[in-house]
Design a protein around this ligand. Sequence first.
Ligand code: IDP
Ligand code: MG
Length: 139
Amino acid sequence: MTTNRTFTMLKPDAIENGYMGKILDMIIQAGFQIKAMKYTKLTTEQARKFYEVHAERPFYGELVEYMTSGPIVAAILEKENAVADFRALIGATDPAEAGDGTIRQYYAESKGRNAVHGSDSDENAEIEGRFHFSANEII
Ligand code: IDP
Ligand code: MG
């Protein structure tokens, strides 16, 4: 069941810049079904935990600060081949390298403030979805 799901966040820059509706529309038009969704703001503790894997990277502090700087939209998405197809839809981490028609090409500001998160594996999709949603919040 979880193999066809991925997890996303519309990041603070995307919300701040008024792209929430446009990005959600691209996600829906690309065939993803929303299985859970919330508009929320991460605490420092949540952001540190979510990005724990990057704790040793030089940008970790900046990343945590950015991800707690404003509201986000968190969502679990379902589609065949969800993880890979969603990574294709969002494009490369750095918008300068993101392909034509990708969400990051259209809406990201920079490699750090890059508008949207997408899980990188089925396993992480499951972990990240559970981090943000309890079972009764998932449709
Ligand atoms: P991804 O979001 O494309 O999977 P990751 O390498 O997993 O990229 O990095 C997680 C997040 O950390 C990125 O989306 C971005 O917000 C931030 N980040 C990654 N590399 C840099 C960097 O070199 N400078 C600042 N922030 C970065
Ligand atoms: Mg990643």
